[in-house]
Design a protein around this ligand. Structure first.
Ligand code: SF4
Ligand code: SF4
Length: 84
């Protein structure tokens, strides 16, 4: 499963809970500040490591993270092998 996330910087308070819980370590903290004075979380995932596992959005106390998932389609040979 591949995934990605969108972080609403206007909701984020920079608590870093999502940074600590992400198993793929693809969430960082921005160098810039939001209008409210927080450094928001940002996705840093150049290699597409996010699996859409939902841990970050589940732990976020400010409901700032939306997770998108994309099922990786298998080739006919892979489907056959999986069914065998
Ligand atoms: S969905 Fe999972 S892998 Fe993706 S950024 Fe959130 S915690 Fe990390
Ligand atoms: S858990 Fe939510 S509020 Fe905390 S840094 Fe991550 S996105 Fe921001």
């Amino acid at each position: 499963m591949r995934g990605t996330i969108r972080i609403d910087a206007n909701r984020c308070k920079g608590c870093e809970l999502c940074v600590g819980i992400c198993p793929k370590k693809v969430i960082g903290i921005a160098d810039t500040f939001t209008p409210k004075g927080y450094r928001p979380a940002i996705l840093v995932d150049p290699d597409g490591q996010c699996t859409g596992c939902l841990l970050c959005s589940t732990i976020c106390p400010d409901v700032a993270i939306t997770v998108y998932r994309e099922a990786v389609s298998r080739t006919p040979a892979q489907k056959h092998a999986a069914a065998a």
